[in-house]
Write a protein that binds this ligand. Structure first.
Ligand code: ADP
Ligand code: ADP
Ligand code: ZN
Length: 217
């Protein structure tokens, strides 16, 4: 099962990807998580990406395309994967198409998780993230069992620098300008299903799984 999760910042892509990963037993590939891990390890990619991420801008296409190309051609991706946060621009989507074509493969479904900008702002201000395992929580909607600590790995949770309100406004603008055109891109390829992301987490998961099972018909 090869899935793309589309949606604005804070739409719930990561939250759903973690649940779907368990359900379908396929890897969860988040470009945001990979970039943050590189920043933490001070790699060349991390140093370059940090400037963009801190401003709420997208990292240049060639950097993420390269990273995804390497990742999806690894052995554990043969059975499928969930792409979370990639592609985010038309050139990224076109590059992904080319890579898949070259290995005679294709994406099964693109799920567009739709949430209003107002809810996004609320979600981001309450989001707490584990930078070790990528899990995210919300102080009201999805709190960890122990305040400030990741349920999965016990690491201390943080408010990401780019989740501060000034940066969130930029990220939303970038989403509307650069990522939203992907809705048409995948609609035209008859691959897109829209999911109401404003519902409670478990209901969204349920809708996603039934959409996948129904296929695109
Ligand atoms: P994304 O990966 O799309 O940026 P996340 O999965 O990190 O989004 O979710 C953003 C924030 O919203 C987190 O704090 C998360 O706990 C919360 N959240 C996710 N899904 C829902 C939902 N269906 N209802 C309410 N809050 C949610
Ligand atoms: P969110 O979960 O809130 O949507 P992500 O963790 O996916 O945020 O991404 C955080 C930041 O990492 C983005 O604002 C952007 O700077 C960078 N980034 C992640 N994925 C991509 C991508 N596919 N292309 C360019 N930049 C990316
Ligand atoms: Zn964790």
């Amino acid at each position: 099962m090869k899935i793309i999760l589309l949606g604005g910042p804070g739409a719930g892509k990561g939250t759903q990807a973690k649940l779907l990963k368990e359900h379908y037993n396929v890897p969860h590939i988040s470009t945001g998580d990979i970039l943050r891990a590189n920043i933490k390890q001070n790699t060349e990619l991390g140093i370059e990406a940090k400037n963009y991420i801190d401003q709420g801008l997208l990292v240049p296409d060639e950097l993420v395309v390269h990273l995804i190309e390497n990742r999806i051609t690894e052995d554990d991706c043969k059975k499928g994967y969930i792409l979370d946060g990639f592609p985010r621009t038309i050139p990224q989507a076109e590059a992904l198409d080319k890579v898949l074509e070259s290995i005679n493969d294709q994406i099964d479904i693109v799920l567009n998780i739709e949430v209003s900008d107002d809810s996004i702002v609320k979600r981001m201000s309450g989001r707490r993230a584990c930078l070790k395992c990528g899990a995210t929580y919300h102080i009201d909607n999805n709190p960890p069992k122990v305040e400030g600590i990741c349920d999965v790995c016990g690491t201390e949770l943080v408010l990401r620098d780019d989740d501060k309100p000034e940066t969130v406004a930029n990220r939303l603008r970038v989403y509307h300008e650069e990522t939203k055109p992907l809705i048409d891109y995948y609609t035209n390829k008859n691959m897109l299903v829209t999911i109401d992301g404003s519902r409670p987490i478990d209901d969204v998961t349920h809708d996603i799984i039934s959409s996948i099972e129904r296929g695109l018909n």
